[in-house]
Design a protein around this ligand. Structure first.
Ligand code: MF3
Ligand code: CO
Length: 251
């Protein structure tokens, strides 16, 4: 069932979104050559906790970290590790969820570590643009398929592939609520968008093929050919007018 949030709930959720966005910015600032993803996870979690929130991914389905850090061919669900040290030219997707006063914000950016390849730049541009193409469609009266279709079309116009095995989702008191928000599909299909719905739109994009593998750690999702992948995400509320991006650092 889709949980519609009332104005009071939306205000609380905006605060959680802000905290998630600020925590993500901390990850971006600290994603430099030489740092481990374990250390990044610690910095982000400390930030969230010191601002009154917590990291609901910790322990979710047994996930061992506080948040997900995925480097290069790793698409999503990278486990923070002291052995995973960033180096110049890497790209790192930081997927950060913060819970504050009973509500969650979920957001992701892929950051550059120093100077990255032109190939990486183009992939990041396509994926972030696709996120905003999806957000543009997040208006009352549209259907979820309008978002999905906009994301897929944009990604494929670059010759890249959307991943089908993992999808966006409703978000609120729970990290994963209805509806499902795939990054592929037909316009005009799926649940109708109505004011008060809050969803995580999150294009997950591979350079070559849509397929992914899961590593032996049972979490890390990687491209099958070792090529780059990319992930951007915002939590967005459907309103009576423009889509409201909840995961911004300042509202
Ligand atoms: N942030 C992820 C999402 O968008 C969830 C992370 S999986 C977890 O759904 F196990 F780390 F929680
Ligand atoms: Co999400």
């Amino acid at each position: 069932m889709i949980q519609i949030k009332n104005p009071t709930e939306l205000k609380l959720m905006l605060k959680a979104g802000e905290l998630a966005a600020q925590a993500l910015a901390q990850a971006g600032k600290n994603a430099v050559a030489g740092i481990s993803t374990w250390e990044l996870d610690r910095i982000v979690n400390d930030y969230i906790v010191s601002h009154g929130g917590h990291s609901p991914c910790k322990g979710y389905g047994g996930f061992p970290g506080h948040n997900c850090f995925s480097v290069n061919e790793e698409l999503i669900h990278g486990i923070p590790s002291k052995k995973k040290i960033l180096k110049e030219g890497d790209i790192i997707s930081c997927d950060i969820v913060a819970e504050l006063d009973g509500f969650m914000g979920d957001n992701t950016k892929t950051f550059r570590v120093g100077k990255v390849s032109e190939e990486a730049e183009r992939l990041m541009k396509a994926t972030e643009e696709a996120l905003y193409k999806g957000i543009e469609q997040a208006v009352a009266g549209n259907r979820v398929g309008d978002i999905s279709h906009a994301v897929q079309t944009h990604v494929e116009s670059y010759g890249y592939a959307v991943v089908k095995k993992f999808i966006g989702h409703g978000v609120g008191r729970e990290m994963h609520e209805d509806p499902e928000v795939p990054n592929y599909g037909k316009a005009g299909r799926g649940p109708r968008l109505t004011p008060g719905m809050t969803i995580a739109i999150e294009p997950m994009v591979n350079s070559h093929f849509p397929e992914v593998n899961i590593l032996g750690d049972k979490w890390t999702v990687v491209t099958t050919d070792g090529s780059l992948s990319c992930h951007f995400e915002h939590t967005v509320a459907i309103t009576n007018s423009e889509p409201l991006i909840m995961t911004l650092e300042h509202h």
